[in-house]
Design a protein around this ligand. Structure first.
Ligand SMILES: Cc1cc2nc3c(=O)[nH]c(=O)nc-3n(C[C@H](O)[C@H](O)[C@H](O)COP(=O)(O)OP(=O)(O)OC[C@H]3O[C@@H](n4cnc5c(N)ncnc54)[C@H](O)[C@@H]3O)c2cc1C
Length: 403
């Protein structure tokens, strides 16, 4: 066991569980404190980029995901009226990664895989129904107070605390790390349907630009083959959640996107608010933030959860070294410099750019976007660079180069 140092992780979401697994795997005792009574099952992220698959492969998680996940080597940029603009083929960068594709696999299926592996370590524990309510630091430890749903208080001590408690992070508030950025006026509605959209020419992942109602498509594994399709649309500020989720409006949006000639079978629907925000700091003393607790972005490009997975790998490598006495706490400042910088430069920058490209209104702007995509596609170096960026390979390399 590593030098007796202990870590608490707040939050048993994907970033918290992966962080705990990476620490336990380095023989570091770890306690995960989760507010909910069990792992959450809501439909959220579901696209994994190559660096995330490489990170999780070392724990056997990536292989297990592949048993039921959908590989997406080709994905499309389209225009609702003009059809296909560009189809990217990630096998062109097979020299850069063993996983030259996007992998589609629901987030709520990943967390049980991480949890099961974590539970194999006798020095790891997950305490459900333990909501973190307060954090206090002294010179040599961090003290975390929790509360159970029936009001039972709890108290935990450790050397380090990882705040992976999501967008409304209590840990983030405890270190006064304000989230800076903005919230889009539009919300996103995501409609699930069993209609096979590949028969209409769509790749398993496609982004469809339109000045009135753009959309994004993802083929997901679902509970069994052949899976289902998720179609994401923007919802204007003056349309309420209830109206957007009503059967009439779900049907209107789906038929507007692709006329079916019959009612769409709808298997799921959710609506959520979309933010572009980054915490002012990722670390204060013995407390460090990762994942949605540290940053939020729109899902166009699938940088949110993937960015959190990359935070987790970067942070747990450094925490491991600190716990073994191979480095000091300054490594956590390096973590902040590396991961906060690439979140601003890359995740925020490109997710905002993706949103604007899909939603562009003026004919001149739309044409300029199309011309740029076609120019990129026509030049093998530019195409390769585009794929390095969109797979997040470039951002991981950039983070690692920061000192
Ligand atoms: C509705 C929705 C849809 C999304 N869709 C997409 C998508 O399509 N594509 C995409 O890339 N991303 C999407 N995202 C973002 C993606 O799901 C997140 O980036 C990802 O969940 C981040 O993982 P995380 O572990 O950091 O945080 P979370 O998954 O939020 O996990 C945080 C965990 O902490 C727990 N917790 C919270 N407060 C406390 C507390 N006080 N004490 C203890 N535990 C606590 C929570 O219960 C939860 O288990 C979506 C997010 C939402 C909310």
């Amino acid at each position: 066991m590593a030098a007796g140092q202990r870590v608490i992780v707040a939050g048993a979401g994907p970033v918290g569980l992966l962080s705990a697994l990476a620490l336990a795997n380095q023989d570091i005792p770890v306690t995960v404190l989760e507010a909910e009574p069990a792992l959450t099952h809501d439909l959220r992220a579901g696209t994994y980029h190559p660096p995330s698959l490489e990170i999780m492969a070392q724990y056997g998680v990536t292989d297990e995901m592949h048993e039921t996940a959908i590989k997406v080597p080709r994905w499309q940029m389209r225009d609702r009226k003009l059809g296909l603009i560009v189809e990217w083929d990630l096998t062109e960068i097979a020299d850069l990664t063993p996983y030259p594709y996007r992998l589609h696999f629901e987030q709520h299926k990943l967390t049980p895989l991480l949890y099961a592996r974590l539970m194999r370590f006798p020095h790891a524990e997950v305490k459900f129904s333990h909501a973190v309510t307060n954090v206090v630091q002294t010179a040599d430890k961090v003290i975390v107070t929790t509360q159970s749903p029936d009001g039972q208080p709890g108290r935990f001590e450790a050397d380090w605390l990882v705040g992976a408690d999501g967008g409304r992070s209590v840990v983030r508030r405890s270190i006064d790390a304000e989230l800076e950025g903005f919230t889009w006026p539009e919300r996103f509605v995501v409609i699930g349907t069993s209609v096979d959209l590949s028969l209409r020419g769509y790749a398993f992942n496609a982004y469809v630009a339109d000045p009135d109602e753009w959309c994004a498509l993802f083929k997901m594994p679902g509970e069994r083959p052949p899976g289902f399709w998720r179609v994401l649309f923007p919802v204007p500020p003056d349309e309420s959640d209830e109206v957007a989720l009503s059967p009439e409006n779900v049907e209107r949006r789906m038929q507007g996107f692709e006329t079916l000639g019959e009612r769409y079978p709808v298997v799921s629907k959710i609506i959520y608010r979309v933010h572009q925000r980054v915490a002012r700091k990722f670390r204060v003393g013995r407390v460090v933030l990762a994942g949605d607790a540290a940053h939020l972005n729109n899902p166009l490009g699938a940088f949110g959860l993937n960015g959190g997975i990359q935070d987790s790998a970067n942070l747990t490598d450094k925490l491991g070294r600190i716990c073994r006495g191979e480095g000091d706490a300054a490594l956590l400042d390096l973590y902040e410099r590396q991961r906060r910088t690439v979140n601003l430069e890359f995740v925020q920058e490109y997710s905002i750019r993706n949103f604007k490209r899909l939603a562009a209104k003026s004919p001149a702007e739309r044409q300029a976007n199309i011309d740029e995509l076609r120019r990129t596609d026509a030049n093998s170096e530019a195409r390769r660079q585009f794929m390095r960026v969109s797979t997040m390979i470039a951002s991981v390399q950039r983070a690692n180069a920061i000192q």
